[in-house]
Ligand binder design. Structure first.
Ligand code: UD1
Ligand code: UDP
Length: 437
């Protein structure tokens, strides 16, 4: 089997690293295609070194550009590569422009797409990431979702539950595999100025491309009565400079700016911090994995499990709210401990193993290929049913040919559809087809 991995940014390299390792342990071929969206060594090459990954076979070298130029050029470059390489399945991870372009290109070539970290939704259409992940999910054939909540999002959008697999998040694999190495090898401790500190990251377009929000955040940072270590994303550096805010942060004695850190250094920095302040997606997941309380500088999150587990708080970007949340956590041992001990909802660090096995089984069963149907199926519509008998999802669908369960409700709440779920006393929504005989 030939697996193509399309990636383009720092978090995709980190979150696909364990999947790449898993493929390379077997007889399958893994072709890494880097779009070049992140191009500085410290945003890209460093992660291949830290995570001991083979370098990409292809680098499209897209660099910085408008989203439209990036996406359209990546798609047309991918067309050549995916055809020449005769790729069996394309894997994309997350929600960047690389994911959208990779999923669309493969879909147009009728190459199946596996979406790692599928099903996340912030319900904020202003975010480029939200649109990217929705489109990528529409183009996919296999969905590797971190949690049951993510699966329910996909069920709500009509995705066949048989294609959805709850695997946990590969960030846990990356954290667990690399934390000990980071503790032994990272030299970042030699440059961290403070013994106790808040780790800060900031880069999301909705914050750093919005001058008002950026000003508010900087004003809050200046006033926080705690040391802060701030590895600065290149996007944010540009915006801070453009808005005359860079010097303000640089000259604040309690804030230490560093260049973007490699993975081992960042894991060290995060795991030794008192708290993390961030607008990153991956860091919301990593902080709950590493037992570090997280305050998120956003108004919504596609990672609501971190909030309901009690490890993460949404603080928005206003000074009062940010200050209040940080102080409540750092000045109250009980709140601190509760947040730090929140249960990680993202699995046990074996996600990549599960993802690989599902792809392999699907391929071996000849079920990966996108085939056109030669049965005439007339779409009859949707219906709702209260089930009274003892019957599983699998049995129900076997007994009711051409009916697919789209959603299960129990006591008013939707449930993840597992083939072994017993439907007794549950309400189901069914999509019905009639087969012409
Ligand atoms: C991108 C993703 C975002 C993800 C983030 C991870 C999209 C729409 N955005 O955002 O979802 O959270 O990566 O970090 O795909 N730059 C450099 N050097 C680099 C990379 C970027 O200087 O190596 C600068 C460029 O000037 C560029 C700006 O950062 O204009 C933004 O880069 P871009 O890739 O467009 O978005 P990110 O903010 O990195
Ligand atoms: N990260 C890193 N160095 C840094 C900042 C972040 O290695 O200086 C890692 C972090 O551990 C996490 C990932 O980058 O795994 C998150 O990427 P980012 O915040 O850029 O993107 P997002 O997750 O928001 O898409």
């Amino acid at each position: 089997m030939k697996i193509g991995i399309v990636l383009g940014t720092r978090p995709e390299i980190i979150k696909m690293s364990s999947v790449i390792d898993e493929i390379n342990k077997h007889d399958d071929e893994c072709i890494i295609i880097h779009t070049g969206q992140h191009f500085d060594d410290e945003m890209s090459k460093q992660f291949f070194i830290d995570l001991k990954l083979p370098l990409p076979k292809y680098n499209i070298g897209i660099g910085s550009n408008t989203a439209i130029k990036q996406i359209s050029i990546i798609i047309s470059e991918l067309e050549k590569i995916l055809i020449d390489e005769e790729i069996d399945i394309v894997l994309v991870q997350g929600d960047t422009n690389a994911v959208l372009a990779g999923a669309l290109a493969a879909n147009k070539l009728k190459i199946p797409v596996g979406h790692v970290e599928a099903g996340l939704r912030s319900f904020d259409k202003d975010m480029p990431e939200e649109n990217n992940r929705i489109i990528a999910d529409n183009c996919s054939s296999l969905y590797f979702v971190p949690t049951k909540e993510n699966a329910i999002n996909l069920q709500n959008e009509g995705i066949n539950h048989n294609l959805i697999h709850v695997t946990g998040n590969t960030i846990v694999d990356a954290c667990k595999r690399n934390l000990k190495i980071a503790m032994e090898k990272s030299t970042v401790k030699d440059i961290i100025k403070y013994e106790k500190y808040i780790a800060l990251t900031l880069h999301r377009a909705e914050n750093v491309d919005n001058p008002e929000r950026l000003k508010n955040i900087v004003r809050s940072l200046i006033k926080i009565d705690y040391n802060i270590v701030f590895p600065l994303h290149p996007h944010t550096k540009k915006s801070l400079k453009a808005n005359g805010l860079y010097e303000k942060i640089l000259t604040a004695p309690h804030i230490q700016i560093t260049k973007p850190l490699g993975y081992l250094d960042f894991l060290y920095l995060l795991s030794k911090s008192s708290l993390v302040l961030t607008d990153s997606g991956g860091i919301q997941e990593e902080s709950i994995t590493l037992n570090i309380p997280c305050v998120t500088l956003r108004y919504n999150t596609e990672r609501p499990e971190t909030i309901s587990a009690g490890g993460n708080i949404l603080a928005g970007t206003e000074e009062k709210e940010i200050k209040y949340n940080i102080e409540s956590i750092l000045n109250n041992k009980e709140i601190y401990e509760k947040m730090a001990n929140a249960k990680n909802p993202y699995g046990d660090g074996n996600s990549s193993n599960k993802i690989y096995s599902i792809i392999k089984d699907t391929f071996d069963n000849n079920a990966l290929k996108i085939k056109s149907s030669d049965t005439i199926l007339d779409f009859e519509g949707y219906s709702m049913l209260n089930v009274e008998e003892n019957i599983t999802v699998k049995e129900f669908e076997k007994n009711n040919n051409n009916q697919i369960i789209e959603q299960i409700f129990y006591k008013g709440s939707p449930e993840f559809i597992d083939n072994n779920t017993n439907l007794k006393n549950k309400t189901i929504i069914i999509k019905k087809f009639k087969q012409k005989t």
